[in-house]
Design a binder for this molecule. Structure first.
Ligand code: SAM
Length: 389
């Protein structure tokens, strides 16, 4: 099954398909679906034959009824999470940065050393596709053999050439052939001159050296300088987690002031209503209805009632006032603006970056090799090399 470079894909799991099973977000396991075989984990018991014909992405319950797994189409990212470690490996944060900075793309010709567990190789193979090529070197024989087997099983044999070789001593056996070189070696400086020989000279090419400590970086930088590389730059890739939370959205000062004003208005009406109710109960403790057409005695009534006294109109009876006020208050409380004043404010998602980030893997030292300058034209010669005088 050629799944790495996008050929031979089917949407369904078939016999001998490599799949990756997601048991938790962290526990990813790869297995080759083989009828007659079983898969047992703390998340249950599964028969491989039950998976055949299932669409990728299916959630499969265990035979014992407890637990489930998700069966997924393998990708380089999942392989990096699931692969058997034979060495330290590169993880996706570094891999994606290196691939992007080295400008590795469809059709690129790339060298990597050493192959190690093949984590980086899988992502490069997908990026370059069938029109590109990856030359991978590993001087540990058992690791080279195992990686070669995995590359074949994952349909990468046409794209990757794996050579069992010490690149610091014997170089890459390539001249002016590749667009970029990636070195994940204990002593990359010993391979810099060999890398230069392998890189194309007709265009700008790039190199990246992955080293865990600063002393190695300094030696590499010296070797790159001596070999004539330029634009030497170093990066460290750290994954910074963000805490995401929902908080009330920020409002403009005008909006807040408007709301406060409305809320204050509602409170004031309630206050007046309470005063009026207090006065009523003092004057008419037994709840009898009163009739009064005079202004006197209204000093403690709500403002609206006192203002009416100047117009000469008949003032409302206390009971009419009470009814009107009650209606006013409930109308005020029913108004959308009052509801808005009481409604919970809208929420937005915000994230807070954790200030201290740990998780150093290595420093990435990049450099470019520029094509040689064309020879200067002799004086009195035009750009076509013709004699002008
Ligand atoms: N980048 C790999 C990955 O993502 O899986 C991991 C590479 S591992 C850290 C380094 C590998 O380089 C080891 O497998 C080691 O055997 C190999 N190595 C060290 N020195 C070498 C040399 N001079 N020539 C070839 N391979 C070498």
């Amino acid at each position: 099954i050629s799944w790495i470079c996008g050929r031979g894909h089917s949407n369904f799991i078939a016999t001998s398909t490599t799949i990756t099973g997601l048991q938790t977000r962290e526990i990813v396991q790869s297995l080759v679906v083989t009828p007659g075989k079983d898969f047992n984990s703390k998340f249950g018991h599964y028969r491989h034959s039950d998976l055949i014909g299932m669409p990728y992405g299916s959630k499969v319950g265990s035979r014992t009824g407890k637990g489930f797994i998700h069966v997924l189409r393998p990708t380089p990212e999942l392989w990096t999470m699931a692969l058997p470690h034979r060495t330290q490996i590169l993880y996706i944060a570094d891999i994606s940065f290196i691939i992007s900075y080295l400008d590795i793309r469809r059709g690129s010709r790339v060298i990597e050393a050493g192959t190690g567990s093949g984590s980086f190789s899988h992502s490069v193979a997908r990026s370059i596709g069938p029109s590109g090529h990856l030359w991978s070197y590993e001087f540990h024989e058992a690791r080279a053999k195992k990686a070669r087997e995995e590359f074949a099983q994952h349909g990468m044999s046409d794209i990757v050439t794996l050579t069992h070789q010490n690149v610091c001593k014997d170089g890459f056996n390539l001249t002016d052939a590749v667009d970029s070189v990636f070195l994940d070696l204990p002593a990359p400086w010993d391979a810099v001159e060999h890398a230069k020989q392998a890189l194309r000279k007709d265009r700008t090419t790039r190199i990246c050296c992955f080293s865990p400590c600063m002393e190695q970086v300094l030696r590499t930088v010296s070797a790159l300088n001596d070999a004539g590389f330029s634009d030497i730059t170093m990066y460290e890739t750290l994954v910074r987690p963000h805490d995401v939370a929902q908080v009330p959205a920020l409002q403009s000062i005008t909006e807040v002031a408007e709301k406060l004003k409305k809320a204050e208005g509602v409170r004031e009406i309630k206050r007046l209503q309470q005063i009026a109710a207090g006065q009523r109960s003092r004057e008419n403790p037994h709840g009898e209805k009163r009739k009064r057409n005079e202004v006197g005695g209204h000093d403690e009534l709500p403002v609206a009632a006192v203002e009416d006294s100047g117009s000469g109109k008949r003032l409302k009876t206390d009971d009419e006032m009470d009814d009107a006020q009650d209606a006013d208050v409930s109308r005020s409380l029913d108004e959308p603006s009052a509801q808005a004043a009481c409604a919970p404010p809208p929420k937005i998602s915000v994230s807070k970056a954790i200030p201290e980030v740990r998780g150093h893997t290595s420093y990435l030292t990049f450099a470019a090799l520029l094509p040689p300058m064309p020879p200067a034209l002799p004086k009195d010669t035009n750009s076509q090399g013709e004699q002008t005088s």
